[in-house]
Write a protein that binds this ligand. Structure first.
Ligand code: NAD
Length: 285
């Protein structure tokens, strides 16, 4: 069994983004800028935003976080997004999800200018992904594809089972795999007999948020396992959706949690933001 080491690869990607920022600065005199909107006091969301901000600082981006109270109005968030859409110093806009229940999340995501949609959640970018066109792709599944590429793992013709069907993880993961000619099945909470599907898989991509959902008897020998889930167990440790100890003995490759997909997500956010800055600067010329 070999680990798919996202931590090491994410450092490599950060270094190449850093070099890209230097070149961008010398070519244009500009610095890539990322705006983050954080609504409410959820500690996990605040921690993610803090990690993203630190990563922006490391690679030399300008970044700004708009912190808003949980009882904020729809109009106030929309006004901030419009301001960021019109601000030439901001190349990427990220809305930290989830938003509070009084907020219409779809409307918020649709308001982000597609060329600044570095999370790839705008329907314009979702459509481009599903038709195999270039655009902004959600950072977590994009990070998974980079990880596979780094280890020369080709998905073409492979039976890939994606467990979890959210707009952020499962659906774009499946689209990326399909675009690379994999045979893709998507399973979710209403899937009958999950094991029947996973046992047939050459590769399993699981992003659900249920500790130990994927057990050794659900995985065929030599399968490749990508664990996207992040939960805290009763000891407060970060764990994924896979029973790592037992499953890792059966599979050929597996991502650890932490140190697998998590760091790749942040690396891809940096890479998407640099890409946004480069595209926007060409449009300005
Ligand atoms: P979500 O709640 O939006 O979606 C969960 C999906 O899992 C749904 O499609 C649901 O049908 C499915 N599901 C739930 N229980 C299931 C079960 N018992 N069997 C099969 N399918 C089941 O969650 P999300 O935002 O997609 O996040 C999923 C997980 O991925 C979470 O643990 C989250 O923390 C993690 N995540 C990790 C990263 C990262 O950077 N590694 C990024 C985003 C999300």
């Amino acid at each position: 069994m070999q680990l798919l080491d996202g931590k090491t690869l994410s450092v490599k990607i950060e270094n190449s983004v850093m070099a890209g920022v230097k070149k961008f600065k010398s070519d244009t005199g500009l610095v890539p800028g990322l705006a983050v909107i954080l609504v409410g006091q959820d500690p996990a969301s605040a921690a993610y935003v803090n990690m993203k901000k630190k990563a922006c600082d490391r690679v030399g981006f300008y970044s700004v976080t708009h912190e808003m109270p949980s009882d904020i109005s729809q109009d106030a968030i929309e006004n901030t997004i419009t301001m960021m859409n019109n601000n030439p110093n901001i190349n990427g806009i990220l809305i930290q999800l989830p938003l509070p229940p009084q907020i219409d999340t779809t409307k918020i995501l649709e308001l982000v200018e597609p060329s600044k949609d570095v999370d790839g959640f705008h329907p314009y970018n979702v459509g481009r992904l599903s038709t195999g066109l270039d655009g902004f792709v959600p950072c977590t599944p994009l990070g998974v594809m980079e990880l596979l590429l780094e280890y020369n793992i080709d998905v073409k013709g492979k039976n890939c089972v994606v467990v979890g069907a959210s707009n952020i993880v499962g659906k774009p993961m499946a689209a990326l795999l399909l675009n690379k000619d994999a045979t893709v099945e998507i399973c979710h909470i209403f899937t009958d007999d999950l094991k029947k599907h996973t046992l047939n898989a050459d590769m399993i991509f699981v992003g659900v948020g249920v500790i130990n959902l994927i057990k050794e008897d659900m995985v065929k020998d030599g399968a490749i396992i990508v664990d996207i889930g992040i939960s805290r167990n009763e000891d407060g440790r970060l764990v994924g959706d896979v029973d790592f100890e037992k499953v890792s003995k059966k599979c050929s490759y597996i991502t650890p949690v932490p140190g697998g997909v998590g760091p790749m997500t942040i690396a891809m956010l940096l890479s998407n933001t640099l890409k946004a800055a480069q595209i926007q600067s060409h449009k300005r010329v």
